[in-house]
Every structure is written in C-alpha cells, then in structure tokens.
Design a protein around this ligand. Structure first.
Ligand code: MRU
Length: 349
C-alpha cells in the first residue's frame, strides 16, 4: 500500500524519516522552519515532488512558529519561510514551483486579512499542492502502466516511489499500477550510490507492495542488460528542461547510455511540476554538490583515505535524445520532446 510520506494533522507536519529506512520506520514531527530546512537538506524527506509538498507545508509551519499578531506580519512570516526553504536544495524544481505557489497565494491576500485567515488560506494552498500531487501520481501510473509488458524486466534508478512524492510515486507508479492490474514483471533496483535510495527505499517500497524486486550495484546494470534481463528502464526526474533534457539522480545518465547501447527503451516519469520551461536545455540545470563524507564515510565506515579528493555531484542530466518518452499526468510525451513538451505540456493535455 502507498506510504504517507508527508502528513498534516491538526495543523502539524509529520514526515517519514527516510534516512532510517529500511531498518527503522519512524515518523517525525517538523515544528520549525529550520527543522523543515534540515529535513530537506539531509534527505529525511527527499524526491522532487515530496520536497515541494514538504516545503509548502513548511511555510505554514513557519506561520505557526512566528505567531504573527496581524495579517501583514503573517504574510511577512510566510515570505521569510519560503525564502529560507528555497535555499535547502537547488536541483529539484518542484521545490521552487511549490514555494512560488505559496508566495503567489500570499500575494493575493491584503491588509484586511487577519493572521488567522492568512494561515487558513496558506494551509489550504499547501494541502491543495499535496492533494494534487496524489492525484497526478495516480494519473502517471494509469498513463504509464501499459508500457510495462507482461513478463518484462524493468530497471529503475534511485527512488521515484511513494516516498519521493505524496504517496504513489512517478516511475514506481507505473509499476504499482501494472501490479494492481495483475501484470507480472521483475524489477531491478539500482542500489544508487552514494546514499542508496534504490537499495534502501525502492526495494523496500516494492517489497511492501509484493512486487518482485532485485537490488543490483549501479555498476552491474550493463551486465544485467547484456544478459537480456531488462526490457525497459523507467526513472523519475528532478528537473526537465524545455527540450526534454532531464536531471535525475547521479548515475541516471549512464543508465540511459547503457539502455541505448542495448536497444532498451528508456522512459522518464514526472509530473508537470517537474518541468522547467524557463530553461532551454539541461546545460542550465543547477547540479547540487554534496558533502565528501557521503562518499568517504557513507553509513559510518571510512572508505577513502584521508586527504584524497572526492567529487560528489548529486544529479546528472540525461540528454533528450536518449529518452523514449516522458510519462506525465497528460499521457506519454514522445520524441521529438521539445515539440511534445511545447504543445501538450503547455496546453495542459
Ligand atoms: O537526492 P534525492 O533522493 O532527492 O534524489 C531523488 C531523485 O533523483 C528522484 O529520482 C527524483 O526526485 C524523482 S522523485 C519522484
């Protein structure tokens, strides 16, 4: 069953702490903007849509925390919270998309609003973002499930499941839906160095759903493809440029190149909130650089000698020409992607 990655109960924000999975399933409360910021930065909550939803609710948390005495003070507190949360992570555009929506809603409020009515308006907006994400993920699952052939081997990278969204996922939504429809298939989950979202999170989610899943190290994908065990690749996305170039977890680009070399279709699944049509190509997508310790002493054991340099980009960009299609809530966008994005996505159908 889908997981409640992010919950809003009685005006309080709770998340599943994903850094603890699969060993421990723990829900934690985030009651200050700094706690929300830290949770996003340290990947307690992660995945592009989930980051956006959490940040939107984080703005509401900021209102509770500030205890504003007037409507104007409440709007100022919301803006300050949004500005702070926008600095938590740079690549997933859903973060900025959701915060812009919160800012836009705040901008519609004026001096006659009380602090309570500002709270209520912004809480409704954040919950609308959460509900929309749930609905859109189901639509992505419905649109993409036909791509999962009976008996297929499907490879995925990182985690684009319920944990990365409000509850059903993007790439994994295709698998959940195909499974619900009774289709049989096998999933290869890339471990996804350095933080192991594939091994820890994707494998956990698919196991919970009763889907046949096998974890492989990232460097095994070519071998598994050569063995003829992969008929399709599907991954999520953190930001998609107007030409279809797609930023996703580091290692996605190499999987796409491998898929091309083996004649395997490579699909991306993402909601429209992951598209950044202000960017002409993926060259302009900011790539997050993360701490050396994630590689040099990941999960508590030193594996790189002291003093040796480490390079740790968290994302890479897969060129549009390696992508067979992008599954969105509006259906599957096909190449040429710059055209299908310009027509179907802009038109919203
Ligand atoms: O660093 P992460 O774990 O936030 O990276 C997540 C990914 O790259 C996901 O594949 C992407 O956000 C799609 S989530 C539906």
């Amino acid at each position: 069953m889908p997981v409640q990655t992010i919950s809003w109960r009685d005006g309080r924000l709770f998340i599943i702490d994903q850094t603890l999975l699969p060993v421990e399933y723990l829900e934690i409360e985030l009651s200050t903007v700094e706690q929300v910021w830290e949770a996003i930065r340290s990947l307690r909550v992660r995945g592009a849509p989930a980051i956006g939803v959490c940040a939107a609710l984080g703005v509401v948390v900021g209102l509770s925390e500030a205890r504003p005495a007037s409507g104007k003070a409440a709007i100022d507190a919301a803006r300050a919270a949004a500005d702070r949360l926008a600095t938590s992570r740079p690549t997933a555009v859903n973060l900025f998309w959701a915060l812009d929506r919160m800012r836009a809603r705040a901008a519609t409020l004026n001096g006659t609003d009380t602090a309570a009515s500002v709270f209520s308006a912004l809480e409704s907006e954040a919950l609308a973002i959460l509900d929309e994400d749930r609905r859109v993920c189901r639509q992505i699952g419905e649109a993409g499930a036909p791509l999962i052939a009976e008996g297929a081997g499907v490879l995925t990278h990182c985690n684009a499941g319920g944990l990365a969204t409000s509850d059903y996922g993007t790439a994994l939504a295709l698998l959940f839906r195909a499974h619900e429809l009774g289709r049989h298939f096998e999933v290869f989950a890339d471990e996804t160095r350095p933080l192991l979202q594939g091994a820890r999170l994707t494998a956990w989610e698919l196991q919970q759903a009763g889907i046949d899943v096998t974890v492989i190290c990232d460097n095994m994908a070519a071998q598994v493809m050569r063995e003829g065990r992969v008929q399709m690749v599907v991954v999520g996305a953190d930001r998609i440029a107007a030409n279809g170039d797609t930023a996703n977890k580091i290692g996605t680009y190499s999987v796409a190149v491998l898929a091309k070399a083996h004649g395997i279709p490579f699909y991306v699944a993402a909601p429209s909130s992951t598209f950044d049509l202000t960017l002409a190509s993926g060259a302009d997508i900011p790539i997050e650089q993360r701490a050396r310790e994630e590689i040099s002493e990941g999960f508590g054991r030193v594996t790189v000698p002291d003093g040796v340099k480490v390079y740790n980009p968290a994302f890479d960009v897969t060129p549009a020409d390696l992508i067979a299609g992008i599954v969105t809530e509006f259906g599957v966008l096909r190449p040429p992607l710059h055209e299908s994005i310009a027509t179907r996505l802009r038109a919203g159908n």
